[in-house]
Design a protein around this ligand. Structure first.
Ligand SMILES: Cc1ncc(COP(=O)(O)O)c(C=O)c1O
Length: 401
């Protein structure tokens, strides 16, 4: 018997939710179903809200010192969920994972230095690097038309040729939802250690493994990984609390972390906000069952979507994610250019999905669908896509019959 209800459609208008209020700015219209930015349309675990309320019942909101109980909660979570043993001094608070990446780029590299990313990948990786006047070097994922994998031979060449200082790894990989296995991570680590490359591993989706897969944190993959790795994680995707802006960083290698953590501290980049830490602690302490039920619900949505698309939308394929609630959809069979595809989704299907090319030119012909919503909303969206595809590509629909 489930305790939480993920079927309820919750009206988020008037809450300054980017997913809704940002539609006009990003898509030029707001009369569309928002299935883009990566938060969930589910109510959070009530313990989180109750914990925040309890704190707000006290009338003074003064300067805040993060208590040991917060760090105990994070470390217990990492130990229970990922079998990670982390010492307190190896960890620091970070106000958001993208900011964490930005701190790494600023502290570990100089303008003009090269940073590896693996497109198609979460777009801020490129924005942060280029916005700080560093240079992106690409190690694109390999794609055989069905599956993605990491191109380790090309990675070796890139490290040898370009002499990058940093690599930003997405583990698991957004937008594909791909899990990296231990062997792949260990090989990345070995190449990076040899080439003097520090690896920033963004593991914000690491708690969201589907079908009971085990997440492998980069710094757990090997000694080389521990030596080269900076791990970034957060309860934000896990418990649907990105608005609380609560993240953390782990560096096992003392030499790598000493000056860096000091730099973060003197600049007060690592000072926790009260609301972030209180919410995160409640989530880590009490959110386990909510998370497990939420993941089962998302798996149900994924099965529903795969089945629906396969039966009803010819020319469209879902690349099955191994983690998270974001689905990489292959529309190449429709033979539309990217602009036509996005117009079809937006103007004909009335769905706001992320344009595949925002994650890199390799995303041409793709779009990303957020299935972290009540099943009825997903069902409507898929039906709209089906109708739009039938109207625009009747021959593809005919062929299927
Ligand atoms: C891979 C990845 N990293 C980071 C973020 C954003 O993290 P934050 O809001 O903590 O900056 C996202 C959000 O979608 C993401 O997918």
């Amino acid at each position: 018997m489930n305790k939480y209800n993920f079927d309820t459609v919750i009206d988020r208008r008037g809450t300054a939710a980017v997913k809704y209020e940002g539609l006009d700015a990003v898509f030029g219209r707001h009369d569309v179903s928002p299935m883009w930015i990566a938060d969930l349309d589910f109510a959070v675990c009530p313990d989180i809200v109750n914990g925040l309320r309890r704190r707000l019942d006290h009338p003074i909101l003064g300067y805040y010192a993060c208590p040991d109980t917060y760090w105990d909660a994070v470390r217990t979570w990492l130990s229970d969920r990922h079998a990670m043993k982390v010492e307190r001094e190896e960890m620091t608070f970070i106000p958001g994972v993208v900011r964490g990446i930005a701190y790494c780029v600023n502290f570990r590299t100089k303008p003009g230095d090269k940073v590896i990313i693996q497109p198609p990948v979460y777009h801020p990786f490129r924005l942060v690097v280029e916005g700080n006047k560093r240079e992106v070097v690409e190690n694109p994922l390999r794609f055989d038309g069905e599956h993605y994998s990491m191109d380790l031979d090309h990675l070796a060449e890139v490290i040898e040729r370009e002499k990058p200082r940093l690599m930003i790894l997405c583990n698991p990989h957004n937008p594909i939802g791909l899990q990296w296995d231990r062997d792949t991570l260990a090989r990345v680590a070995s190449l990076c250690r040899k080439g003097g490359v520090t690896v920033v591993s963004d593991e914000i989706h690491g708690d969201l493994m589907l079908y009971n897969r085990r997440h492998i944190p980069y710094i757990e993959a090997s000694d080389d990984a521990r030596a080269t790795g900076i791990m970034l994680g957060a309860p934000s995707k896990t418990f649907n609390i990105p608005g609380l802006v609560s993240s953390w960083m782990i560096i096992k290698n003392e030499e790598l972390r000493r000056d860096f953590y000091q730099w973060l501290e003197v600049n007060e980049f690592s000072a926790p906000m009260m609301i972030s830490a209180v919410g995160a602690e409640e989530a880590y302490r009490h959110g386990r069952n909510w998370l497990d039920e939420m993941l089962r619900y998302v798996e149900g949505n994924l099965e529903f979507a795969c089945d629906y698309v396969e039966r009803n939308i010819p020319g469209v394929k879902i690349i099955r994610p191994e983690a998270s609630f974001l689905v990489w959809v292959d529309f190449r069979g429709l033979k539309l250019c990217q602009k036509e595809l996005m117009n079809l989704l937006l103007d004909k299907a009335h769905i706001a999905m992320n344009d595949g090319t925002m994650f890199g030119s390799q995303g041409e012909g793709f779009a990303r669908l957020n299935i972290g919503c009540p099943r009825s909303v997903l069902a409507d969206a898929l039906e709209h896509i089906k109708t739009a595809v039938e109207a625009v590509c009747p021959c593809t629909a005919e062929n299927q019959k």
